[in-house]
Design a protein around this ligand. Structure first.
Ligand code: FE2
Length: 363
């Protein structure tokens, strides 16, 4: 069915965190995001403090509740620091909202016009899996820093951008048996398509495994793998996530770079912790992926992984969780033609994650 609106990509990702002021510092110093806007008591917001940070096309919002009884606080208590809203940028928020709600999506906020001196933003919000939501943001008539309700606020420290460009994909973890249902929901409600799948034969280690379905919108600027645990000898990383997040939620966000060696080197200097793979991974690499532009010794030094499909190859690396609960983490990705998600790296990665799970007493 044709749609009268378009999603042009991810508008912003909204995190609920325990201390937004300090989290904003973390994303500036470790990930090179620039502070651009703020809302809170000083701007008339009595409910929450929100910091907006940006690097190229990636915008993140970090919010902390002021009040015990607020919904944000319930989210925080239940899930810990995590993603509440993956907001999509659209040319027609009302049409997008109408389309998905006519097909069964539940409304959180009807299309609402937000205005200030810099113009207007139209925004609507719908519910997806767990407590996660999607907002639709239409901002063609807005010239301000972020959106009405926010004031300009700049970084007080010198922030070095590290070459992160846009959100390549984001991943939702589901409890047992929910993956198929959720993927079908995106197909039926959003009119999205299946993009790529793996079955558990592809991604099993000795102990654990998962299944994944990827859905994408028409122009493929929004790509979302949906994971579920598959039967294994030990507790899978997906089960560990679901346990500590108290249900389904966003597991990782993949951020694009044009120069992964430079970006990862800077992230490591900034103190970002990454998963590690054994050196044997690099001994087997030339045989598995063939010729690549990069010097393998440099990739090995930084722990960058490589995978190939029929269209080209990709380079990727995963951080450790960015909060105390073993839930959300980031992926850094550089694509050189490859449209996949690193299936060839899953085994090495899962073994690395299992070593971490073991240390946490959760394997
Ligand atoms: Fe990923």
């Amino acid at each position: 069915m044709s749609q009268s609106f378009e999603f042009m990509g991810t508008d912003h990702i909204h995190f609920i965190v325990g201390n937004a002021k300090q989290a904003a510092h973390f994303y500036q110093t470790q990930f090179g995001f620039e502070l651009i806007a703020y809302a809170g008591l000083e701007t008339g917001n009595r409910e929450q403090a929100s910091y907006v940070l940006q690097q190229n096309k990636i915008r993140i919002v970090l919010s902390s509740p002021y009040k015990v009884e607020s919904d944000l606080n319930k989210h925080l208590v239940l899930h810990g620091d995590g993603v509440k809203d993956v907001a999509f940028w659209t040319d027609d928020a009302e049409a997008a909202w109408k389309y998905v709600t006519e097909r069964g999506a539940q409304t959180v906020m009807k299309p609402t016009v937000l205005k200030d001196d810099f113009g207007e933003v139209i925004m609507a919000t719908i519910q997806t899996y767990g407590d996660t939501v999607h907002s639709f943001v239409q901002r063609d008539n807005y010239k301000g820093a972020f959106m009405p309700g926010y004031e300009v606020k700049e970084s007080l420290i010198n922030v070095e951008p590290i070459g992160l460009n846009f959100v390549d994909h984001f991943v939702g973890n589901q409890p047992e048996d929910q993956m198929q249902k959720i993927a079908t929901w995106y197909e039926e409600v959003f009119g999205w398509k299946r993009f790529w799948t793996v079955d558990d034969k592809d991604v099993a280690t000795e102990y654990t495994s998962l299944r994944s379905i990827v859905v994408a919108n028409e122009n493929e600027r929004i790509k979302m793998p949906i994971n579920r645990p598959a039967a294994g000898l030990r507790k899978s990383q997906i089960e560990e996530f679901v346990e500590y997040y108290s249900g389904p939620g966003i597991q990782h966000i993949a951020l694009d770079t044009d120069d992964i060696i430079k970006t990862v080197r800077q992230l490591k200097e900034n103190g970002v912790e990454f998963l590690e793979v054994p050196m044997t991974y690099y001994e087997e690499l030339p045989g598995r992926v063939g010729e690549i532009d990069e010097d393998i010794s440099k990739l090995a030094e930084l722990g960058i992984l490589v995978d190939r499909d029929q269209f080209g190859y990709l380079l990727q690396l995963f951080t450790k969780p960015v909060q105390d609960r073993p839930t959300l983490f980031f992926e850094i990705i550089q694509r050189k033609g490859c449209t996949g998600f690193g299936k060839g790296n899953f085994k090495a990665l899962f073994e690395s994650i299992e070593r971490e799970q073991e240390r946490r007493g959760n394997l």
